[in-house]
Design a binder for this molecule. Sequence first.
Ligand SMILES: [Zn+2]
Ligand SMILES: [Zn+2]
Length: 173
Amino acid sequence: MSEQAAVCQSCAMPLVKKEDHGTEKDGSLSSVYCTYCYRNGEFVNPGATLEEIAEHGAAMISQMYEMPLDNARMFMTGQLRTLKRWSGKIVPTCQSCGMPIFSGEEAGTEKDGTESSSYCVHCYQKGEFTEPDLTHEEMIQKGVPVIARKFGLKPEKAEEMVRTFTSALSRWS
Ligand SMILES: [Zn+2]
Ligand SMILES: [Zn+2]
């Protein structure tokens, strides 16, 4: 049981409470999948495709943040691509800015030059944050115009979204 995930590795739903987790064959809780996706050691819908799950998630996100459906679909597809069920591994998320770290070039570096497993290259170099004094609030304010533009959101909805997605990151929690 070494793998632990903050979001379901099939549908990207946050795994917060015990009830959110799916179950293994022996009844123990899955550490990587949610109860809607995975029960008794099997996927509830084994034939589901990334597109189908993205469609479902996009409808929710679109409503929640008043996001145009096409943009919500693009957002969900991007999220799902980082998950174990679809990429074959858990792609780490930068614990400062939330960006997925797909490759070594995107990973930050430790003092000794090795890759950071927690932070991206924009946030963390040679064992230090590139902006050490940045607060969570400043990070949110930096993200809002980017997200608002990218996904066609009102600023207040973009702020809600950035706040939700960054508050789970370990640099800020
Ligand atoms: Zn799920
Ligand atoms: Zn980062």
